[in-house]
Design a protein around this ligand. Structure first.
Ligand SMILES: [Ca+2]
Length: 666
């Protein structure tokens, strides 16, 4: 099965839209160029580039910019430092190392054994902090230690660091490491990591994380995608303070998403403080977030809101954890609100592993806790009581797909706050990780406004309608969907009293919701005739220019054709039987895109394998990172014996999509 999975991972695809950055406005600073085809004896201008990045750094002054032209850079300057950045910028002129706009520059560490605690790209030596440094538009791979590391041992700090649009792939230790040995003396601070992909870290060392902030202050970590790290994808440790962690995607198929572990010492207390974690997406098979203490100290003022957790896991979704051997631990002022947490498997959506003596002011409000599979509880603690004064539970929704909602505490089961709602949240399509609420959901207008936040996962202002909704999404009522809701209810009532049941159109399926212009797009459906002869089936398609086309169909249950306009098409399907009973579907849509744009698969969320006598098939849910929009998906196999068929496609957010496909060895 591994073999097949590997083939599928081979996919895809290319053709970025090329941005153009102009050097205009850099003032008196110099732009240097590096190319694998260059020479370090050159002048370093665009016509005569250097060959190595280290040479360009040596030639440059503080505040300069270095562009790496397209290609593979498989050199380092020393085993200790890899490539050392020993320059800085200023607030008005950041020292910048960038892939040339629109080009793909790869720093490749293959073949070099780096010293422990170093990196392929190192910012500052042990005693010289660097500042106002931007690293952008690069791919960094095959480091035998960290990918990028900023650290100091003394009192000089590295600060004002910005890493954006960098892809980390295959690093033995960490992707990024920001480290202050003694943060009470010197902080690594004002750090931004944005729009990066951190894939395949901790590949050969037992220690490490995807990204580590150790003793850092003023951190902004957003719009990143993290996947394939065996332990922790994002670690905030040892007095890390003032962080905003938002709009990231964590694919937790190998290890946990985020860990707040405060301290590294049994003697000196350390505190992770003032950390906001919001609008993140967690998909996979391990715990999304652990808020806890490894040794001495704890976490204070932590807000976790508007996050979506969808794990198929024997581990909890959210965990408050500690270590029993150390008594001076505390989690204080923890707000967990407006999250949608669905765990299918043996794990509970929320698990509390600390006794009340180590907890203070824990607010758990407005969350959807949904379980499915063998997990019996939505909230579980074997050391605390639901009545402990450290807890404030309010307006959470508890639901299990096949069992009654339940919690497990020391003081018993079935302990819910009086404002709890025990009902299905009625997600739009949780199979495709679409946790928007249906118009009939009991979560609508049911949250506690006192513990609400002003926008939802989509950025929509909250509340809509009368009150905030429970969970990460706020339902956008319009007069139309209120009417539609009413119509559906009336139709339902009519159906119950009708002498003839109408035919029903089901399983409407579009091969892909995104298709290139002039290429075939297939729409298929099923009709349940309820015993009467079907006389008409039709499909009405509205083109992007608002013209409508009707197709009358006879026996076929599909329409496979090309489209000549780019943009959004809408369609409805209709069916009528011999008694004139009809059914008309709701409106569906698909996009016709002008051309293929960039995307690639960043991880698998779940695999359900099926092996028959001569057929092996994979039913996989995969996650694709979209670099440009509009987009479509194409699955390319390197082995002609593998048949790949895209089944469904859904959108998770502006840059992520999720899909299911089948693969089989023929
Ligand atoms: Ca509302």
């Amino acid at each position: 099965m591994k073999k097949l999975t590997a083939f599928i991972l081979v996919f895809i695809l290319v053709v970025p839209i090329i941005p153009f950055l102009s050097p205009i406005g850099l003032g008196t600073t110099t732009i240097w160029y590096v190319s694998p085809a260059g020479n370090d004896k050159n002048a370093g201008d665009i016509q005569h580039p250097f060959q190595t990045l280290q040479k360009a750094i040596q030639a440059s002054n503080n505040g300069d910019t270095i562009y790496l032209r397209e290609g593979n850079y498989n050199t380092i300057s020393s085993r200790q430092y890899g490539i050392l950045i020993d320059r800085s910028g200023t607030p008005n002129s950041w020292y910048t190392i960038s892939g040339y706009p629109g080009e793909r520059a790869v720093l490749n560490g293959k073949g070099y054994i780096l010293s422990p605690n170093y990196a392929l790209l190192r910012i500052g030596t042990a005693n010289t902090g660097q500042s106002y440094i931007r690293i952008t538009n690069l791919i960094i791979e095959n480091s035998t230690r960290d990918g990028i590391r900023a650290a100091q041992l003394g009192t000089r700090t590295s600060h004002h660091l910005r890493i954006d649009n960098v892809t980390i792939n295959n690093c033995a230790y960490r992707g990024f490491m920001f480290w202050s040995t003694n943060p009470n003396k010197a902080w690594c601070h004002n750090i931004t990591v944005e729009n990066c992909i951190i894939n395949n870290t901790q590949t050969s060392l037992s220690m490490g994380e995807g990204v580590t902030f150790f003793g850092c202050k003023d951190v902004s970590f957003h719009h990143n995608t993290l996947t394939n790290c065996p332990k922790i994808m994002l670690d905030l440790a040892n007095n890390t303070k003032n962080c905003d962690i938002h709009h990231n995607t964590f694919i937790t198929t190998k290890g946990s998403g985020i860990k707040l572990d405060a301290s590294q010492s049994t003697k000196v207390s350390a505190w992770d403080e003032n950390i906001r974690i919001y609008n993140n997406l967690f998909l996979g098979t391990y715990t999304a977030i652990k808020i806890g203490v490894e040794k001495k100290g704890g976490c204070k003022n932590i807000s976790f809101y508007n996050n979506i957790i969808n794990t198929k896991s024997s581990y909890p979704g959210v965990k408050l954890e500690g270590v029993k051997d150390y008594s001076s631990q505390l989690l204080e002022n923890i707000l967990i609100t407006h999250n949608t947490i669905q765990v299918t498997g043996a794990g509970s959506p929320l698990q509390i592993e600390l006794p009340p003596t180590k907890l203070r002011n824990i607010f758990i409000t407005n969350n959807i806790f949904q379980g499915a599979g063998s997990a019996a509880w939505q909230v579980r603690s074997s050391v605390s009581n639901s009545s402990d004064s450290c807890f404030y539970f309010s307006h959470n929704m508890y639901h299990h797909a096949t069992r009654p909602a339940n919690t497990a505490w020391v003081n018993g089961k079935y302990r819910f706050e009086s404002s709890a709602i025990l009902a299905s949240p009625e997600f739009v399509n949780s199979n495709l990780a679409d946790f928007h609420l249906n118009v009939t959901s009991p979560a609508l207008d049911a949250a506690n406004p006192g513990y609400s936040v002003r926008t939802d996962y989509d950025g929509r202002s909250r509340p809509q309608h009368t009150l905030p909704d429970i969970g990460a999404y706020e339902y956008a009522f319009t007069s139309e969907n209120e009417d539609e809701n009413q119509n559906q209810k009336e139709k339902k009532n009519e159906n119950e009293t009708m002498p003839f049941k109408p035919p029903v159109i089901t399983d409407i399926h579009i091969t892909t919701h995104y298709q290139e212009i002039h290429k075939n797009l297939n729409i298929s459906w099923n009709i349940i005739d309820n015993g009467y002869q079907i006389t008409d089936t039709w499909i009405t398609i509205i083109s992007p220019d608002s013209t409508a086309q009707n197709y009358t169909l006879t026996t076929d249950s599909y329409l496979n054709q090309t489209y000549t306009q780019t943009g959004t098409y809408f369609f409805t399907l209709g069916v009528r039987d011999e008694h004139n009973n009809t059914d008309i579907s709701t409106v569906y849509s698909f996009e016709i895109t002008p051309r293929l744009t960039t995307a690639f698969v960043v991880g698998f969320i779940a695999l359900d394998n099926q092996i028959n006598d001569s057929l092996v098939s994979v039913h996989a849910k995969f996650l694709v990172y979209i670099q440009n929009e509009p987009f479509r998906i194409k699955i390319i196999s390197s082995n002609e014996k593998i048949l790949l068929q895209t089944q469904y496609v859904g959108i998770l957010g502006p840059r992520m999509m999720i899909g299911l496909f089948n693969a089989a060895i023929l």
